[in-house]
Design a protein around this ligand. Structure first.
Ligand SMILES: NC(=O)c1ccc[n+]([C@@H]2O[C@H](COP(=O)([O-])OP(=O)(O)OC[C@H]3O[C@@H](n4cnc5c(N)ncnc54)[C@H](O)[C@@H]3O)[C@@H](O)[C@H]2O)c1
Length: 308
């Protein structure tokens, strides 16, 4: 039997994630949205790509949570995207109400699912889904670090004119202005980038990574990035379904790791069939530790506003 993934929010990230999942035949997909017709139309369109692309995955569009029943993974992308000049944090209260309501419905029909949250502000929204769902922490995961490190990898590849496949990048912390890219753990064929470029260039790439989302929002004018965000989400889905034990940066609920207790913050995590199977702790320099703490404080501030 094929696995089942439900995607809440059939907008840019949701529909593109659906496309990537069926392209890889990872699962059957249910697309759901509050807007009538949109998930149905996009699902039908994707289904009709099957004969050309050669996939047999089923795709259903719906406005009824009953159709999401017994999903193995539920991806939550519902919410409002950022507009130019709008910070992720401006979205906080609007998306809190949406994610809370969505999680209640999802949990009712798929009590054994793994939740991957994408809606922004990411760290606060995943904390919302965790508290509202009552699921164990292993089964509620936030997507941000894979995207942030993909952006960093892209910029490193552009700078050094090498294959993106040679590059590993390491990004910790919250998704936002306080994310913490770690250059000394970011490597090209195993060589730290600090050996391959000047401090100034490293800092310039770190800055571009940190502002990576805003750069795209500024160019698009309406809406925000979705190709790389959907690719990043589907890498997590694949790691879970294939039980790959892949270490990816994820927003994970910390209980003492990195000295942080009771909050979702981006850390390296091992993803397998149980969701987050382990959090990898590394020793940080005092500077990195201070940056991570600042990042965690930003998450705490948002969480204190929504009181979850
Ligand atoms: N974590 C990340 O790294 C990351 C990256 C990209 C986007 N995002 C976030 O993901 C979210 C989606 O982005 P997008 O570009 O797909 O936006 P979008 O506007 O294209 O799609 C969002 C969809 O959610 C739907 N929606 C709204 N309220 C809903 C509800 N109560 N139930 C079901 N569906 C509902 C909307 O109708 C819309 O179709 C945004 O919050 C965005 O900021 C996060």
């Amino acid at each position: 039997m094929r696995k089942k993934v439900s995607i809440v929010g059939s907008g840019n990230v949701g529909a593109t994630a659906a496309q990537r999942i069926v392209d890889k035949e990872l699962a059957d997909v249910v697309l759901i949205d509050i807007i009538e017709g949109v998930p149905q139309g996009k699902a039908l369109d994707l289904l009709q790509s099957g004969p050309v692309e050669g996939y047999d995955s089923q795709i259903l569009g719906t406005n009824d949570y009953k159709d999401t029943a017994n999903s193995d993974i539920v991806i939550i992308t519902a919410g409002l995207p950022r507009r130019p000049g709008m910070s992720r944090d401006d979205l906080l209260m609007k998306n809190y109400d949406i994610v809370k309501g969505v999680t209640e419905q999802v949990v009712k029909y798929s009590p054994n699912s793994i939740l991957i949250i994408v809606s922004n502000p990411l760290d606060a929204m995943v904390q919302t889904a965790f508290k509202v769902s009552g699921f164990p922490k292993q089964r509620v995961i936030g997507m941000a670090g894979v995207l942030d490190s993909a952006r960093f990898r892209t910029f490193i590849a552009m700078e050094l004119k090498v294959s993106v496949e040679n590059i590993h990048a390491f990004v910790l912390g919250g998704h936002g202005d306080t994310m913490v890219p770690l250059p000394r753990y970011s490597t090209v064929a195993g060589i730290p980038i600090t050996e391959l470029m000047s401090k100034e260039r490293v800092e310039a790439l770190v800055k571009r990574t940190r502002d990576g989302g805003a750069e795209i929002v500024g160019l698009l004018k309406t809406g925000s990035a979705y190709y790389a965000p959907s690719a990043s989400t589907v890498e997590m889905v694949e790691a879970i379904f294939k039980d790959k034990k892949k270490i990816l940066p994820c927003a994970a609920y910390l209980e003492g790791e990195y000295g942080i207790n009771g909050y979702y913050v981006g850390v390296p995590a091992k993803l397998g069939k149980g969701g987050i199977e382990q959090i990898i702790e590394i020793r940080l320099t005092p500077e990195e530790d201070a940056a991570l703490r600042k990042s965690a404080d930003a998450v705490k501030e948002l969480v204190s506003i929504i009181k979850v």
